[in-house]
Design a protein around this ligand. Sequence first.
Ligand SMILES: [Zn+2]
Length: 169
Amino acid sequence: MNTKSVTKTEGLPPCPFCGSEDYYITLTDNPFSYDTYSTAHCSKCHATGPFVAESYLEDEPKPARDYMETVAKEKWQTRPIEDELRARIAELEEAQRWIPVTEGLPEFGTSILFYDSILERTNKGTCTALNRDKTNLQWLTDDGIYYHGNRCEYITHWKEEPELPEVQE
Ligand SMILES: [Zn+2]
């Protein structure tokens, strides 16, 4: 007969299906076939994590309970697609973020968007330096408006230009 035990466990990432942090690990032994199994379960939606199966020989000790629980937890925590999506979201958020000029300036001469916080206006244009030590800046819009000297203080943020749509002819 199979024997089954249940361990409540903590500190694992939430269920990928329902977000619950309430889960448990089951260990099942089949003493006739010398197999032991473990897996994590969500208490709320009953999603089951990857199944861990270990076989052992008749004269061998059974794999330790701690080991079986650890492997079940590791498998529950391994979320390659979720990790990839999170990384991609972070990358996209970073790409569309307004960057404060106090944090860094755009590459001089490349086309960017920059924000005039006095006129509350977004401009498309470029930033260049008028002196060698790059303290004297000039922001130029595509419409031919210059910001230099004290007016540079109007510009508080900039960001990369979004990609243009591909227009089929
Ligand atoms: Zn769940």
